[in-house]
Structure formats: C-alpha cells, structure tokens
Write a protein that binds this ligand. Structure first.
Ligand SMILES: *Cc1c(COP(=O)(O)O)cnc(C)c1O
Length: 365
C-alpha cells in the first residue's frame, strides 16, 4: 500500500524498510494460544538481570518523578575509568543503536556515502537512509567483511564506514592486524565506526579491543552496549568512545535525556558486577558448544560465530522452518531480510532452551 504522505516525507524514507525486531514471547503465545515458549531471537542474555542490577533499580525508584542526569556524570565517569579515557570521549545512547543513529545524523546527509559490508547489521542502512545518504555495500567473503573490497569503495563522498566486529547476523569476526591496517587506510576525514556489541563474548586471542586505538585514530568511534553480555536489553543503554571533538558533535544531535535514570543506575551496577559477566560468558561458551554439536549432528552447516548466537544454514528456505518452530514454542530469527534466505539465526540460551531448540529443529526437519 502506498503511503499517502510519502511525497511529503524526507527523500530517504521512500525505500527505507524499518528494522524487524524478534517477536516478543507474549505476542507469539497470544497468537498461537500456547505458553512456556522460549525466545532465542534477539541475542539477549538468558541469565536475566543480576541481583546487583535489581537492587540499583529499586534504589532509583524514589526519584522517578525527576528527570535523569542528562550528562549522566556517574555512568560516564565509570566508563571513562573502565576504558582509561577522559569523560569527554564517552557518548551515551539509548542503546548503542542510538549512538549509531547519532553518527549518521552528525556525519551523513544527502550526497554523502555510507559504506558497509553485505550482511552488515541492519541499523547502518536504516540510519543512513533516514538522513538521505547513499548506501554503498561491499560484497562479503565467506559471510564476513571483505576489507579489501571496502577499501576499494572508499571515495571522495564517503562520510562513514561501519564495521560490526563481531558482525550480526553472521557472527564473523576480524583479526587485529587486518582491522588495524584497514583503519590506517581510511582517510582521517572519514568517520569509522567499529561496533563491538558482542565484545565481551569473543574468545579469539586475535580479537582487537579497538578502544585501545582511540588515541591513534581521531576518526574512530567504538560502540559498546549493555544489552548483550551485561543483560540490560530492556533498559536501552549503550555508548560510544571517540575523540572528544567527535563526541562533541554526537552530543549536539543527542536527545538531552536519552538514557533514563533506571538505565544509568543499572549500567553502573552492571559494570561493577564482574561475576555476572563471567557467568554470562561461560554460559555462552557452553551453549555455543552445545549448539554447534547439535546442528552438526543434524548434518547442518553454520557460520562460525564469535557472538552469543549461531547462524545455521538449513540448506532450504528458513521461513517455513521458523514458522514450524514457532508452533513448537521456539522463537528464532530467519534472516532473509539480510539476503540469507536459507539461514536461521539462533541466540544462545540456557542449556535447556538450547536443547529444546535442537529437539524442535530435529522434529521440524
Ligand atoms: C545488538 C546489537 C547492537 C546493540 O543494540 P542496542 O541498541 O545497544 O541494544 C548493536 N550492534 C549490533 C551489531 C548488534 O547486534
């Protein structure tokens, strides 16, 4: 159906397809009249929030009538200490998506180019199109970013280059030397975003912590989130680390109270809860082994993943398989919208949830 206001809308919106989130369990259960289903569709932390986070939120409730600290002094100080940078380098977002969106609004506009890889995270094209920028997609190799192809597409008009490391929905990961060499080749006038939403999960020794490179590359923006390993997806809090001048521009387009006071308090508590983080990562390691063994036993190929999810090649259209899994109460993510119609992305859950997924998949296949 044609939107009757499309001609009045900003030009980029005509071909912009909104982000498709994983289906909430409550909605699925209402539709199918079932209960007790499991959601492995949005790369959430299956442990749920830590006790320390719950306590921090409780303590904040008394101030609910007050606006949050718009500058988020305490959280930004804690993050600055954690990363060994000045507070002026930290930009908070309502989820790291918000920071990505600020980058697009600050550094892209009509005529400017936004460069990313095939299969890259869907928010990059969405935020870029919303501001009218031209999309440039470099073909992937083995489902991962082809940095040489991306190099070849850098041009006069390039405003922002986006790299998710690891990438979602593929789980592929770039090593230290290759990524560093690429960033060195990106002109200093081009903003390069390295989206490290899954940073805490990565086990590979060759995985770079690009936040340590900030002083070498003033055009580098590193984003992190509390939504994944820290288990705070509902609260929407993430951040960017960058040169203070870049952060200054991001903050010019930032909504003044974009991170609410419960999220700020929870994030501070989560940062200090090393034990929860360790348990989350260990659970993920075990779950990854369980899923890899399980899908291998079913004779399926998968894309090796450094995140908290596994993308499986079903060898046939994933849409109908997803529908059948839904009827068995298992929510996963088909990713045809990424141009991968035969792949299904499954988030790593608790051991019993992973087992339930594998049993359901076996039944469906
Ligand atoms: C989940 C995810 C994010 C984080 O989103 P939030 O807005 O912080 O919840 C960012 N980038 C990628 C690649 C992701 O998969």
């Amino acid at each position: 159906m044609v939107n009757r206001f499309i001609k009045q809308a900003a030009p980029g919106l005509a071909s912009l397809k909104p982000y498709v989130p994983g289906k909430p369990l409550s909605e699925l259960e209402r539709e199918l009249g079932i209960t007790g289903s499991v959601k492995l569709a949005s790369n959430e932390n299956p442990l749920g929030p830590s006790e320390r986070v719950r306590a921090a939120i409780e303590a904040q409730l008394a101030d609910l009538a007050r606006y949050p600290d718009g500058g988020a002094f305490e959280l930004r100080s804690a993050l600055a200490r954690r990363h060994g940078v000045d507070m002026s380098c930290v930009t908070l977002g309502n989820g790291s998506n918000d920071v990505l969106d600020m980058v697009a609004r600050a550094f892209l506009w009509a005529g400017r180019e936004s460069l990313f890889s095939q299969y890259a995270f869907a928010v990059y094209p969405i935020s870029s199109m919303a501001v009218g920028a031209t999309l440039r997609t470099a073909p992937a190799v083995d489902y991962g970013h082809d940095l040489n192809a991306m190099r070849g597409m850098l041009g006069e008009q390039t405003g922002v280059v986006w790299i998710a490391n690891p990438n979602n929905p593929t789980g592929s990961c770039l090593g230290r030397d290759a990524l560093r060499a690429f960033i060195e080749d990106v002109p200093p006038s081009v903003i390069i975003v390295v989206d490290e939403a899954y940073f805490e999960y990565v086990r590979d020794d060759d995985y770079p912590d690009t936040s340590l490179w900030l002083s070498d590359f003033p055009n580098l923006v590193v984003t992190r989130t509390f939504s994944k390993a820290y288990g705070l997806a509902a609260l929407r809090v993430g951040y960017g680390l960058s040169h203070p001048d870049v952060a200054d521009l991001l903050n010019r387009v930032r909504q003044p109270f974009n991170v609410d006071s419960l999220a700020q308090a929870a994030a501070i508590a989560a940062l200090g809860d090393r034990d929860y983080l360790r348990r989350s990562v260990e659970l993920n390691d075990r779950g990854m082994r369980q899923l890899v063994e399980g899908v291998t036993r079913l004779g399926l190929a998968y894309i090796p993943s450094s995140g908290n999810f596994l993308t499986v090649d079903l060898g046939r259209e994933a849409g109908p398989v997803d529908q059948a899994l839904l009827r068995l109460g298992v929510v996963t993510r088909p990713i045809a919208n990424y141009g991968l119609p035969n792949h299904l992305r499954v988030s790593i859950g608790l051991a019993a949830e992973n087992a339930r997924f594998l049993a359901a998949l076996e039944q469906v296949l």
